[in-house]
Design a binder for this molecule. Structure first.
Ligand SMILES: Nc1nc2c(c(=O)[nH]1)N[C@H]1C(S)=C(S)[C@@H](COP(=O)(O)OP(=O)(O)OC[C@H]3O[C@@H](n4cnc5c(=O)[nH]c(N)nc54)[C@H](O)[C@@H]3O)O[C@H]1N2
Ligand SMILES: Nc1nc2c(c(=O)[nH]1)N[C@H]1C(S)=C(S)[C@@H](COP(=O)(O)OP(=O)(O)OC[C@H]3O[C@@H](n4cnc5c(=O)[nH]c(N)nc54)[C@H](O)[C@@H]3O)O[C@H]1N2
Ligand SMILES: [Mo]
Length: 770
């Protein structure tokens, strides 16, 4: 089924392609961030706002989840953080007049880019059954409508409650409490699309689904792997940490099908030498791997370590660590010995010499950190892939000591905190026990729906109310046509949002838009000005205080919205929790006091988080090499190689972010580092693959997905770009390519859509016209 691109409002005619850049940031980065912000906010507001980003008395950057560190620069933000802030602090507004002028059907034809450009939402809006336009409503009416629909359900499991990872801890905590008070664990979140595979692999192997390193560990490491990650675009401040590690003598191995600019050379915009100089060469060894080849690479490295140990016993492996702290070594080592070079070379596309070179770097390194992001988590075999990385680190005791460990680099600025607060469709018994005890009720025990299961349930009529605390569900999820049809089957869709997006146009029979405060904005409640708290990628929890006047006087904070709805929807229900919703909404300190009693590691929360810089949560493996797994030890695992079968004439497509987007929010049409300007419908393919397929650079093709369900999915009209990616692989941007990701193609165990391995055929447009 072909999905027509809602792109007629994007002027792609200026699309131009130049050579990819070989370094990141420096002067262009600084200039870009000021230029973009100035357009949205004006010069003075720009400067005052940007000076508050990531300062101890300011707000947490709504960009990524990279930590801040102790010594902060006056400008502790990056080009893309500045764009995220400008996007939120924009002076443009989407008012009731806007909705009167544009029907929902008309808005549904618009691109995510155009919708996002319209500005901040100002009023609660309601789309009545059969209506063509949203109309303004009061907050009380919105709560009545939602409570009414919830009361109609045959079971609380017929509602599902999504969260995107910008929601602060306080709102996340009261939200999961409301959802469990309603009687369901249907709490899908963006993690399900993102780092779920990391959480699953790490929980099984080390007992906690979070990274084990701090910034100091990165600085002190002597070998850092950056696998499946594009920090120059998505975590720019990570480059400063890599640069610092590098200066202290670390070496960096980059594993990626694409030569990403930021990882090659970095010009630090916060240092005079970086702004004008040549910058730091970051990567020592670039392994240009085939998509999905990482399990084979780490298996090969593990086999080489075992062989080296056989040659010089007692010098390679950390035997005392393995004996004292791990389980399953014998089974693992027996299995890894069976690894064959031909399989490894085919799966990775790498040369044997290079893998052996990396192996020698490993042997020469005392302290190793492995960092990764979406390049590892969005494949069918993501969980075994990440487990194999844990095997690799365990062999030499590279966990729970300075300078070493696992570093899954999170995406959304509080995605990790939301999970800590209980946003999880599979909550632990301990968490539910503590929640029930604190609030005097019996939380539901049955596991709920994640994102993919929520879509299936809406499709099948088993979920009738869909509520989203942030995010853009319709655009961020796979299989756009199927997902949109599923959303349209529901009775009610509710979006708590800062900005207009596609999810407001793909609605149930009725729909609501609840406009909310962003991170940058002052949050005034009954007890006075409030701050919220967030947790970064390295388990540091700190406060975030907005300062700008709210975009509209009608906005409510996420906490106020959740508590207001809870009061209304739970009124008169017997057996529910005892919660003073109104008081909690008036004073977030009271919420933090409850969190302190329910969530481990949050003792004395409110006082500790007020200290400048906040505090770091306990982490057994990192702090004391204690591994809270089923065996009580760190687990070695057996992970078999299962290659992706790619039929003749097909390529594996990965769907990635451009430099000018934040997930589904499109800031602009350039991808500067990759040399793409003025358009997004491009597919990057190796020149030799193009030749083999009989295609040329600048040809136009349709991307045709042929998944085993007999259905053909088509993303029409992409310009081919000859690009130095790994052979057999190609890349294009999401959300445009989400139409190609089949709903049922998900990672084993984590159920994450396989957004980085979609098998496609490039169908020339000239055939179409012929
Ligand atoms: N400016 C900006 N910042 C962001 C975001 C944004 O959209 N814009 N999004 C945020 C979010 S939610 C997240 S999760 C992160 C995402 O951060 P990233 O994971 O860096 O984002 P992607 O663009 O998906 O890039 C995936 C990278 O992995 C590589 N890759 C793909 N498949 C494979 C593979 O099989 N093996 C290996 N070794 N590499 C592979 C790709 O070539 C690419 O470099 O960024 C966060 N920060
Ligand atoms: N094909 C493909 N699909 C992917 C990915 C991929 O790599 N490839 N990556 C996946 C990943 S890693 C992720 S994390 C998901 C992201 O999925 P989501 O988190 O659902 O999507 P976002 O685009 O981040 O959401 C943007 C919207 O959030 C709202 N918003 C912004 N700030 C706030 C706030 O402070 N409060 C509230 N309530 N709303 C706010 C705005 O209305 C904005 O339109 O996408 C996933 N989808
Ligand atoms: Mo993400």
């Amino acid at each position: 089924m072909a999905v027509r691109p809602p792109e007629h409002d994007v002027d792609d005619s200026g699309l131009s392609v130049g050579p990819p850049q070989t370094y990141a940031a420096g002067i262009p980065g600084v200039v870009q961030s000021l230029r973009h912000s100035g357009r949205q906010m004006g010069a003075r507001r720009t400067l005052l706002t940007l000076l508050k980003v990531n300062q101890k008395d300011g707000f947490d950057c709504p960009g990524c989840a990279w930590p801040e560190g102790d010594s902060r620069h006056a400008a502790e933000f990056c080009e893309n953080g500045a764009k995220a802030v400008a996007e939120e602090a924009t002076l443009r507004r989407v008012t009731p007049d806007f909705f009167a002028a544009h029907s929902v059907a008309e808005l549904a034809e618009r691109s995510d880019y155009w919708l996002g450009q319209q500005g901040r939402l100002t009023h609660p809006m309601y789309l009545a059954p059969g209506a063509e336009h949203y109309r303004p409503v009061s907050w009380e009416e919105t709560f009545d409508i939602i409570a009414g629909e919830l009361a109609e359900l045959d079971s609380p499991d017929e509602a599902s409650f999504y969260t995107s990872g910008r929601t602060g801890n306080e709102a996340a905590f009261v939200y999961q409490l409301l959802v469990r008070a309603l009687g369901t664990n249907n709490l899908p979140d963006c993690s399900n699309l993102c780092h779920e595979s990391s959480g699953a692999a790490l929980t099984e192997t080390i007992g906690i689904g979070k990274g084990s390193v701090s910034l100091e560990d990165l600085h002190a490491s002597d070998l850092i792997f950056v696998v499946g990650q594009n920090p120059g675009t998505n975590h720019p401040r990570m480059l400063s940490a890599l640069e610092r590690a590098k200066r202290a003598g670390a070496r960096i191995v980059t594993v990626n099908p694409l030569p990403e600019a930021g990882l090659l050379r970095f010009k630090n915009p916060q240092k005079p030498s970086g702004v004008i100089g040549r910058g730091t060469q970051l990567t020592d060894e670039f392994a240009q791997i085939r998509l999905g080849g990482d399990l084979a690479l780490f298996r090969a490295l593990n086999r080489l370590l075992l062989l080296a140990e056989e040659e010089t016993p007692g010098t390679v492996l950390d035997h005392s660590f393995i004996t004292e702290h791990t389980h399953g070594f014998a089974d693992f080592s027996a299995d890894v010995r069976a690894t064959d070079w031909p399989d490894v070379l085919e799966a990775t596309g790498l040369e044997r010499e290079q893998i052996e070179r990396i192996h020698r770097m490993v042997l020469g390194s005392e302290r190793i950190v492995v960092c990764w992001a979406m390049g590892l988590t969005q494949h069918k075999h993501s969980v075994p892939m990440i487990r194999e990385i844990v095997n690799f680190l365990l062999l030499r005791g590279n966990i729970g000591r300075p300078g070493a460990g696992v570093c899954p680099v999170r995406g959304h600025s509080n995605v990790q905190g939301d999970r800590t607060m209980g946003i999880y469709e599979k909550p632990s018994e301990e968490f539910l026990d503590a929640l029930g005890k604190e609030f005097g009720f019996a939380p539901p025990r049955a596991h709920g729906y994640d994102v993919v299961d929520t879509i299936r349930a809406m499709r099948d009529g088993r979920v009738k109310v869909f509520f989203a605390l942030g995010g853009n569900f319709a655009s961020a999820t796979p299989d756009t046509a199927a997902t949109e049809a599923a959303l349209r089957r529901t009775a009610l869709t509710v979006q708590v949002s800062t900005k207009l997006n596609r999810s407001h146009t793909v609605t149930g029979r009725r729909a609501l838009i609840l406009p909310t405060l962003g991170r940058t904005e002052a949050d005034m409640q009954a007890a006075g000005p409030q701050f919220v708290t967030v947790e970064d990628s390295m388990s540091a929890v700190h406060a975030s205080t907005g300062t700008l006047p709210p975009a509209s006087p009608h906005l409510r904070s996420e906490v106020a919205i959740v508590c207001g709805l809870a009061e209304r929807a739970l009124a008169g229900r017997a057996g529910g929790p005892q919660v003073p919703w109104r008081e909690l909404a008036g004073d977030y300190t009271l919420i933090r006091d409850r969190i302190a009693r329910v969530v481990p590691g949050f003792g004395d929360f409110d006082r500790r988080v007020r200290r400048p810089g906040g505090f770091v949560l306990p982490h057994g493996p990192r702090d004391e090499r204690s591994f809270p797994t089923a065996t009580g030890k760190a687990n070695f695992t057996v992970n078999r190689l299962e290659g992706l079968r790619v039929p003749e004439g097909r390529l594996i497509l990965q769907t990635v972010r451009s430099h000018d987007q934040y997930n589904t929010t499109i800031y602009g049409l350039d991808d500067r580092y990759r040399g793409i300007r003025g358009g997004r419908r491009v597919v990057l393919v190796h020149p030799d693959d193009l030749a083999a397929l009989g295609l040329d650079d600048a040809d136009h093709v349709d991307l045709v997905g042929e998944y085993g369900d007999g259905e053909t999915r088509v993303a029409p009209d992409f310009r081919v770009v000859a690009y130095p990616t790994a052979r057999g692989c190609c890349a294009a941007y999401f959300p445009e390519t989400n139409v190609l990701v089949p709903l049922d193609s998900t990672a084993d165990i984590s159920n994450t859509p396989t957004s980085k391995s979609v098998i496609v055929r490039l169908r020339p447009r000239r055939d179409e016209r012929a």
